[in-house]
Design a protein around this ligand. Structure first.
Ligand code: PMP
Length: 453
């Protein structure tokens, strides 16, 4: 379905932009150097501006519109809930909140049967860490370099993205380790098996030197997203699970980005047959129509707080509008077989299409991913694997990626660009035709990147 695009109205667009420039302080940006696109509308896999340009969204917003924009059933559910009970405080049992928790708990793996609701991913991470610390009576948390866990206090300190903030003070109790990544192996491995074994040995060494009795939790993204969609080698996550069991450490999997169908399963953990003790989620839980995140908690950790209060909470925890959007989204995903469709796209359309592009474009160093969760790592030289732009490049140094982005947009594709990577992360319910349209636009954009090899 190709959505309607509103008639161009550049004057209205200019007014939206002027007010934005005057009053909106944007995330992650030098305020004086940005020029945000004024968005006039969105539907399904597309959005459009006030000048008559339409874009195929290969970013799913910030990797969250898993069922696309303006799904009529989710919009209707939010409207209906607003008419019925628009808000109610978290200390009460509310039908739509109970129903959302039940639907989520039924889909999370193992005995992750209790749901603590937050407003987003970072708060989910904050609370998972708090639960692990209280459950174990220990303080340290181990997290991976090349990870993203959010931008609040503990979450940003766990993030190892790489670390690049002038204000970074580090945080007492956060210890970072190297997770496996064969293409740029921290362990100089040549095979996936080597990478897995060496990464597990490194993790166990880190634990030994830090002191197992001081470590509350290990947190990992099941498939690290923002830092590069690096599918872990077979056996790695099961190995981390075994290490956590051995030392009594809480295993937290962060599925804020990888969860709710993105990898072609409800949760990425299912691909690797692991069940964490705590699992964070957000984004795809309700396609981001109303802010919602949470922690899925196993029976043992939940029991810690049976007789003693949990010292944490949020005014909007389990907000009825967000929960109504989650109930409707999960129903749509079931009814329209969205998770199965995402797996199909990955196996038969997007994955093969990206690999075919990699064969023809010398700027593509590696293609990796699953479902509708893919990264192209771009290089100047395939042999040396020198990144197309250096880490943390800005201005002129980032020009090749900026040129790629501009070419994609010229061809009607809105791309996700981070450092030397472009990610292909369309909606889980994008049609085959839409994915092929995106691949054709990427083809053109990669020809521009090739000029820098
Ligand atoms: N964890 C992961 C894996 C994420 O990808 C993100 C957001 N990109 C977060 C946590 C933080 O989520 P939020 O921005 O909703 O706080």
């Amino acid at each position: 379905m190709t959505p309607h695009v509103a008639a161009p109205d550049p004057q209205a667009g200019a007014a939206v932009k002027a007010a934005d420039r005057a009053h909106v302080f944007h995330s992650w940006s030098a305020q004086g150097l940005i020029d945000p696109l004024a968005v006039a509308g969105a539907e399904g896999s597309y959005f459009w501006d006030y000048d008559g340009n339409r874009y195929l969204d290969f970013t799913s917003g910030l990797v969250y519109t898993n069922i696309g924009y303006q799904h009529p059933k989710v919009v209707a559910a939010i409207q209906e809930q607003a008419g019925k009970l628009a808000t109610f405080a978290p200390a009460f049992a509310v039908d739509v909140r109970s129903e959302a928790a039940r639907l989520i708990a039924e889909r999370t793996p193992g005995d992750l049967d209790k749901i603590f609701f937050t407003n987003g991913g970072a708060e989910a991470v904050e609370n998972a860490v708090r639960m692990a610390r209280l459950h174990t009576g220990r303080h340290k948390v181990l997290s991976a370099f090349r990870s993203y866990h959010g931008a609040t206090s503990t979450a940003i300190n766990l993030t190892g993205d790489p670390r690049r903030w002038a204000s970074d003070t580090g945080s007492a109790g956060v210890v970072r380790f190297w997770a496996p990544f064969l293409y740029r192996s921290p362990f100089y491995s040549e095979t996936e098996q080597q990478e897995c074994e060496r990464a597990l040995a490194h993790l166990e060494d880190t634990i030994a030197f830090e002191g197992p009795a001081t470590i509350a939790a290990i947190i990992l993204e099941t498939v690290p997203g923002t830092a590069g969609i690096m599918t872990p080698p077979p056996g790695y996550l099961a190995g981390v699970r075994a290490i956590c069991d051995k030392y009594g450490i809480v295993f937290v999997l962060d599925e804020v980005m990888a969860g709710f169908g993105r990898t072609g399963k409800w949760f990425a953990a299912e691909h690797f047959d692991v069940v964490p003790d705590l699992m964070t989620f957000a984004k795809g839980v309700n396609s981001g129509y109303v802010p919602l995140g949470g922690v899925a908690i196993n029976a043992e950790i939940a029991a810690t707080f049976d007789k003693r209060p949990y010292p944490g909470g949020l005014t909007y925890s389990g907000h009825p509008l967000a929960c109504a959007a989650a109930v409707a989204t999960i129903q749509v995903m079931e009814d329209e077989k969205v998770v199965e469709h995402a797996a199909h796209l990955g196996e038969n359309v997007l994955g093969p299409g990206l690999r075919e592009l990699a064969e023809r474009h010398p700027s593509v160093g590696e293609v990796r991913g699953m479902g509708v969760f893919w990264a192209l790592e771009l290089v100047r030289n395939r042999e040396t694997r020198e990144p197309l732009v250096p880490y943390n490049a800005a201005g002129e140094a980032a020009a090749p990626m900026a040129a790629l982005g501009a070419a994609a947009k010229k061809n009607g594709l809105w791309p996700f660009i981070n450092m030397n990577r472009t990610h292909a992360v369309p909606a889980c319910n994008a049609s085959e035709a839409e994915v092929k349209e995106g691949l054709a636009a990427l083809d053109a954009a990669l020809s521009v990147a090739d000029e820098y090899t």
